[in-house]
Design a protein around this ligand. Structure first.
Ligand code: ATP
Ligand code: MG
Length: 465
């Protein structure tokens, strides 16, 4: 690397050691960068590819099917596209690609493709679907015994606000209409979804839950709608969960994480009431009730571009907002006692309640993890409490120190607000200082803070700066 500047050495080393494939072509479609990870992915060597016309090396591609050429021609980036193919060594590969135009003074001078090998994810998802199928077969084969379902009697709470949500959910249980449930993490969204299903007329048909976050679009599409053999490499003939849930309920968790493309397909399926497997030609009628959940306020999701407005209106026929625990503190003692009873029987203890100072603390704590956090805190204390003690006291909450009993954690006691609020304040201050220093120049402030302009503008709006 003699004669190279630090920048070039840096770039070379990053390209060599990074585990995502990088392929760059110039405006004449000739490859100018082809890194080691890309070699491994496509089964080619850099010397076979460099300096040569792209279509010469990949004769099966053309102007329309090559993402690099498409981006070169249109100047529009393509984000997170899943591609499945057999590489030059005959290995089936699924990769997640983003392709970005390279511009210099407004002219397109090339295109960059970044490819991540997600073949293992594809395999995992196939395995997962196999297992889910088996599980369900076993379950329905044995008339449902042995698996725990939640019903309305499992929803504990005496606050007016939770009672109102329960009332709406109970009225909705026999309806075929879609339900949208919004609540912070741990507020009981799944509990409500199951209660609606197992409390209603569909109780003898399947209830299937699917999380929509962290699964690439194509894989999730396969899971939802099923695949026909050859639909994508490694794909076998398999029904999706829409078919498996036929007659029953499908819970789509974290709907706001689903890609817009898939949200559009989902909307179509809900409206038209039939699905088509990936790679298939047959329209399969389905009767599935959709319950979708989100932990982000739906209007905010729409504004941020995480949720399509048209899908929202379709799902929002019945809307349940489960309030966070800190907005219904009356439920804290009831829930605490409920969890004490639960762990009394699980752990063989005889605890009768919680000391007043602890309950007092519970009432002032902000419970960002909501009911799940409360349950975990009680479960932990129930493990620590001595056998002869009747009340849970401060000493039993060993792993609960972050609740800041009195003055034990002095650096935290300076904070009079919850951690996320406190961090927000610090962030707002830093941004304010940056803006002052750079005379409100957004580009320079963003650069200095190491964030994008869009992100800075979003934060300025959020903090009203
Ligand atoms: N009102 C309630 N009564 C009794 N248990 C509850 C209640 N709300 C929540 N729980 C319990 O708290 C835990 C979390 O609930 P659940 O899984 O339904 O939350 P969630 O909203 O789906 O959370 P996430 O967004 O993290 O998926 C579960 O063990 C559930 O049984
Ligand atoms: Mg959940």
């Amino acid at each position: 690397m003699e004669g190279l500047g630090l920048d070039q050495i840096l770039v070379q080393n990053i390209l060599r050691h990074i585990d995502v494939g990088v392929h760059v072509i110039d405006k004449d479609r000739r490859t100018i960068i082809y890194n080691e990870a890309m070699e491994k992915l496509e089964g080619l060597s850099a010397y076979q590819v460099l300096e040569r016309d792209l279509l010469e090396i990949f004769p099966s591609l053309n102007e329309n099917t090559s993402t690099l050429i498409k981006v070169l021609n249109t100047g529009e980036p393509i984000w997170d596209k899943t591609q499945t193919y057999t590489n030059f060594k005959g290995r089936g590969i699924t990769s997640l690609n983003s392709t970005i135009p390279l511009t210099l003074n407004g002219d397109i001078v090339g295109a960059l493709e970044i490819a991540k090998d997600i073949t293992y994810l594809n395999r995992l998802s196939n395995k997962l679907m196999d297992l889910q199928c088996k599980l369900r077969e076993n379950y329905y084969g044995k008339s449902g015994r042995g698996i725990r379902h939640y019903t309305f009697k499992d929803i504990i709470g005496e606050s007016e606000s939770i009672k109102r949500v329960i009332e709406v959910a109970m009225r909705a249980k026999d309806s075929p209409s879609s339900v949208l449930i919004y609540g912070e993490t741990g507020t009981g969204k799944e509990l409500f979804a199951q209660s609606i299903h197992y409390g209603g007329v569909r109780r003898d048909a399947p209830f299937i839950a699917q999380n929509c976050a962290a699964i690439p679009e194509t894989l999730l599409e396969g899971i939802l709608f099923g695949t026909e053999k050859g639909g994508f490499t490694g794909a076998v003939k398999r029904e999706g969960i829409f078919e498996q849930a036929n007659g029953g309920t499908l819970l789509l968790d974290e709907i706001n994480s689903m890609s817009h493309g898939l949200q559009a397909k989902l909307l179509r399926v809900i409206q038209e009431e039939y699905i088509r497997r990936i790679g298939g030609t047959e329209d399969i009628p389905i009767d599935v009730r959709i319950i979708a959940t989100t932990n982000e306020e739906p209007m905010e999701s729409i504004e941020k571009g995480n949720l399509r407005a048209d899908l929202y209106y379709r799902l929002n026929v019945i809307y349940l907002r489960i309030p966070p625990l800190r907005e219904r503190r009356e439920d804290i003692p009831v829930l605490s006692n409920y969890f004490i009873d639960k762990y009394n029987s699980l752990l063989g203890k005889n605890v009768v309640g919680i000391a007043d100072d602890v309950l007092d603390k519970f009432n002032r704590y902000d419970w960002r993890g909501n009911v799940r956090e409360l349950e975990n805190v009680i479960e932990s204390a129930m493990n620590y409490i001595a056998d002869d003690k009747a009340y849970l006291t401060r000493e039993d909450f060993v792993s609960f120190e972050y609740m800041n009993w009195g003055n034990k954690i002095s650096s935290l006691s300076a904070m009079d607000s919850a951690l996320p609020d406190y961090l927000d304040k610090i962030e707002a201050n830093i941004i304010k200082e940056g803006l002052k220093k750079y005379n409100n120049n957004i580009t320079r402030t963003a650069e200095r803070l190491g964030i994008t302009r869009q992100s800075l503008q979003y934060k300025m709006k959020k903090y009203e700066l």
